[in-house]
Design a protein around this ligand. Structure first.
Ligand code: NAD
Length: 493
């Protein structure tokens, strides 16, 4: 089996230690690939390559925005041309249903296209300034931050990579990218595309390895000017404290325990289906998952019964068969979810459906879990406060709008939230009070390259996507110009 390698300074190269890591198909536990397993030394080499490319060679940062955009458009075209191949990689590696994997790849191509478009649009501004020193004129320009370390999780391998790589490269940075050690295969394919289209050597470097080795080295390095991270809140805290050493810029997209608020007047079948999309899409391994359903008391029994009926009817199987629910990403994550389920039962939540591993048919060796609903949940239970990151939802009830808002915000997280109601003014009132960065009215989870994505509170800071996503990777330089060179008469002696 070919060992997939790091991509450093335009070359494919194995880790110095010669160590490798197996890539596992979560649908059956089989090895589907081997990748090099990088140490701190390999990571430092990649950082040095990015640093030399940015500061010494400077060809990428000096390239005009429109010319960089040309390269990004070519990357987008190459991704589009390989949709099936790339979707298959994420489907096998992560376990996600094939149609979800395809949508991710299409979206990744669109993301490169979006940032290619954006970098050709006006950057910076021109300012009217007072003329105390004589006639002056000021403008601002956007410049790349420098060497960026990008670290991503396993739940959307291609998409999370793209959300960071596309704006970072559009802005003219040089990067070292470390994908999750669990799902590295589509990232390798993406860097093959970078190689094919001729991105200048050292501009984008790929390091395959674990968090404590490769990831931590990026966070610690004083040669890295910025670190952007998507992953758990705990790891985000470690990265933020490591970044203090050289005060590197930090962007953190972290976990959540997001409320999905459903009022009794909402469109019933619509709210049920969106609630399913909210918590079962991608096996619930979605940072924004609507994993707390807060429902008006009068609707609760009917809603939970219908949700359970539909959850029980969902097909479960390997991603390639395009079921509703695929496997969980790894044996470790499966155990973690089963642990959350056990604890919820012990703490008195009522198990409505699911709650166990699924081993029927050809799923015996895979890491499958039935979609799970807990009812009668209270705010002192772990199931309403801790992120499960699996197809598990906790249902709580409220009586008034004020109570719904209070319960929704009663969490250290602030990533996402949804509200379902046919009362438009109420929807907007609730939205205004939600302490969350990504919100939906009468839908849950749709995400757009055009709109900013990120959290409040312990769900992190900084934004991916949209114009804000580009600004994250840019410095702003002020340039003030004296329009009448010569003495100004400020000092008279
Ligand atoms: P994780 O924090 O375990 O790992 C994420 C990445 O960080 C991996 O690449 C890992 O190797 C690396 N890492 C681990 N320890 C590190 C360290 N000490 N220094 C540097 N890097 C390190 O998270 P995960 O289990 O891969 O992903 C699930 C988490 O990601 C969930 O909490 C989820 O909510 C979050 N997530 C957030 C968003 C968002 O946009 N807010 C999106 C997707 C996932």
């Amino acid at each position: 089996m070919e060992i997939k390698k790091n991509y450093i300074n335009g070359q494919w190269q194995a880790a110095h230690s010669g160590k490798t890591r197996d890539v596992i198909n979560p649908a059956n536990g089989e090895v589907i690939g081997k990748v090099t397993d990088s140490s701190a030394e390999d990571t430092r080499q990649a950082i040095a390559a990015a640093k030399a490319a940015f500061y010494d060679k400077g060809d990428w940062r000096r390239m005009s925005g429109p010319n960089r955009a040309d390269m990004l458009y070519r990357i987008a075209d190459a991704i589009k041309a390989r949709v099936e191949e790339l979707a298959l990689l994420d489907c096998l590696d992560n376990g996600k249903p094939l149609r979800e994997a395809r949508a991710d790849i299409e979206d990744a191509a669109a993301c490169f296209r979006y940032y290619a478009g954006l970098i050709g649009k006006p950057q910076g501004g021109v300012y009217e300034v007072p003329d105390g020193f004589g006639p002056m004129h000021a403008y601002s320009m956007h410049e790349p931050v420098g060497v960026c370390g990008l670290i991503t999780p396993w739940n959307y391998p291609m998409l999370m990579a793209t959300w960071k790589l596309a704006p970072a490269l559009a802005a003219g940075n040089c990067v070292v990218f470390k994908p999750s050690e669990l799902t590295p295969l589509s990232s390798v394919a993406l860097f093959e595309i970078f190689h094919e289209i001729g991105l200048p050597a050292g501009t984008a470097n790929l390091v395959l390895g674990t968090g404590p080795d490769a990831g931590q080295t990026l966070a610690d390095s004083h040669d890295v000017d910025m670190i952007t991270f998507t992953g758990s809140t705990r790891t985000g805290q470690i990265i933020a404290s490591a970044a203090v050493g050289n005060l590197k810029r930090v962007g953190l997209e972290l976990g959540g325990k997001s409320p999905n608020i459903i009022f009794a007047d909402a469109d019933f079948e619509g709210a049920v289906e969106w609630a399913m999309i909210g918590v079962f899409f991608n096996q619930g391994q979605v940072c924004s998952a609507g994993s707390r359903i807060l429902i008006e008391e009068s609707l609760k029994d009917r809603f939970v019964a219908r949700l359970a009926e539909r959850a029980n009817a969902m097909t479960i199987g390997k991603g390639l068969d395009d079921p509703d629910i695929g496997p969980i990403v790894s044996a470790g994550q499966l155990d973690k979810i089963l642990g959350h389920i056990e604890l919820a039962k012990q703490q008195g939540a009522r198990l409505v459906c699911g709650g166990e591993r699924y081993t029927e048919g050809n799923c015996a060796k895979g890491y499958f879990i039935r979609p799970t609903i807990f009812d009668n949940c209270t705010s002192d239970m772990a199931i309403t406060s801790e992120e499960v990151f699996g197809p598990v939802v906790a249902v709580q009830t409220f009586r008034t709008e004020e109570e719904a808002i209070r319960m929704a915000n009663d969490t250290p997280y602030g990533l996402a939230g949804g509200v379902f109601t046919n009362d438009g003014a109420r929807a907007l009132r609730v939205m205004k009070e939600l302490r969350a960065g990504v919100t939906w009215i009468n839908c849950y989870n749709p995400t757009f390259n055009e709109a900013p994505w990120g959290g409040y509170k312990m769900s992190g800071y900084g934004r991916d996507l949209g114009v804000n996503g580009l600004l994250e990777y840019q410095q702003v330089k002020q340039v003030s110009i004296n329009l009448q060179p010569g003495p100004v008469g400020w000092y008279t002696r």
